[in-house]
Design a protein around this ligand. Structure first.
Ligand SMILES: Cc1ncc(COP(=O)(O)O)c(C=O)c1O
Length: 415
């Protein structure tokens, strides 16, 4: 059963309805490639068959699909941007969680959000464009953009802005590096867990609109949030609600715990739909069909209830680590508003261990506790903040018992 509504509903006054505003931003020059026509026709065949036509397809070069085990349907290629039922179900999720209308034809199903980043960055930016992102931040944004010849502008953040980019920081970055073609944000963010409230997100949307920069919002940790009772926007604010031209990226990996299924999605402004279809149809032909079929079960009442129970477990593990923080004798920690990360400077431990790489290695070798040094997330140190060489990230997704054991071992290890 498709889910009619979630426990957290956005008030109807926020509903945008179908947007007709035309984006002033264009797709990249390099994405002007022809679509792989066979894959487009695959989509058309699926549509006609769903409408009851008896289509004889001599189109795709695929053998008759092998019988699938269990209840799975035999799987052939799907359309390059995913099956119609899944794209519709994803649009339904936006109605249910955020009360926002999304046109299913602007939903692109991808191989994880990682696949969406590659396609969206290709479709949106040309080599030499400047794209800003917060540091510390998820390293793949920086690394994929760099691999695609895009110039990454790091926005150094720290405790002063709760590890969030701000319009003032973007002004400073543009003044130093030149005009920005885009901004990538994540809320909740990895590794800090920090979130952008409606006001902060709205200020970034305005900045991007005023400066002709494309906003790409990674919302993969939406739903893994720890709001106070009665808080507004308890799942997180989707950029789609504030800016119909924003690109929103999300995934089945985190809230739904389906990492290995390799399924994510992007919600696209109209000018990127064609380019993304052309790129996707050539790069991957189609997202994995069995995963798409099974992903339909993510949007049932039962599924949301089950996942919310898992998030409640993350909340308990988070409370445990926040309570234990004084015992760890580390330095300043990021707010950990959402996701399942605790990102902290090592403070006094640095005198003994030198940097977070050495600290993490010693902790693993001597106490069998694995944490991630911050260098991946933050390669440099700005003038007013510690860089990743001085910080570590703990994931409390492992649950309460693992976190309690790790804290005890860390305290013993530090002596
Ligand atoms: C912020 C963020 N975005 C995207 C991803 C990629 O996830 P996936 O490709 O499984 O959707 C991750 C994975 O850890 C992440 O932390």
């Amino acid at each position: 059963m498709m889910r009619p509504g979630g426990p957290f509903k956005t008030p109807p006054s926020r509903r945008l309805g179908h947007e007709t505003r035309v984006s002033p931003l264009a797709a990249s020059k390099r994405s002007r490639i022809p679509a792989f026509e066979v894959m487009r026709i695959t989509d058309e065949i699926a549509r006609r068959r769903a409408a009851g036509h008896d289509v004889v397809s001599l189109c795709a070069g695929e053998p008759g699909a092998r019988p699938a085990p269990g209840t799975l349907q035999p799987a052939g290629y799907t359309g390059p941007l995913g099956t119609a039922p899944l794209r519709e179900a994803i649009a339904g999720h936006y109605r249910s969680w955020y009360d926002v209308e999304v046109d299913p034809t602007t939903v692109a199903v991808t191989t994880g959000s990682s696949g969406a980043f590659q396609l969206v960055f290709l479709a949106a930016f040309d080599p030499g464009d400047r794209v800003a992102l917060a540091s510390p931040g998820y390293p793949a944004y920086r690394n994929i953009l760099t691999a695609l010849g895009v110039h990454v502008v790091e926005i150094p953040t720290g405790p002063a802005t709760r590890y969030r980019p701000t319009p003032e920081l973007l002004d400073a970055a543009a003044a130093e590096h030149g005009p920005l073609a885009g901004l990538v944000i994540a809320s909740p963010a990895n590794p800090t867990g920090t979130m952008l409230g409606r006001g902060e997100l709205s200020a970034l949307v305005t900045w991007c609109t005023d400066h002709g920069a494309r906003l790409i919002s990674d919302e993969i940790y939406h739903g893994i949030t720890f709001p106070a009772a009665g808080a507004s926007d308890p799942r997180g604010v989707t950029a789609r609600e504030l800016d119909p031209n924003a690109v929103v990226i999300n995934s089945f990996s985190k809230y739904w715990g389906m990492t290995g299924w390799r399924l994510g999605w992007a919600i696209l402004p109209p000018e990127l739909v064609g380019p993304l279809e052309a790129l996707a149809s050539n790069f991957a032909l189609s997202p994995p069909a069995p995963a798409q079929e099974l992903a339909l079960t993510a949007f049932t009442d039962e599924s949301y209830a089950e996942r919310d129970a898992v998030v409640a477990g993350f909340a308990r593990a988070r409370a445990l680590i926040l309570d234990a923080a004084p015992r760890l004798q580390w330095g300043t920690a990021a707010p950990s508003d959402g996701a399942f990360y605790y990102y902290s400077e090592l403070g006094p431990q640095l005198e003994r261990f030198g940097d977070s790489v050495r600290y993490a290695r010693a902790l693993l070798e001597r106490a069998d506790v694995a944490v991630v040094p911050g260098v991946d997330f933050d390669p440099g140190a700005g003038p007013s903040r510690a860089g990743g060489g001085q910080a570590v990230r703990l994931s409390y997704a492992a649950g309460e018992a693992a976190v309690a054991e790790a804290v005890d071992r860390i305290v013993r290890f530090q002596g």
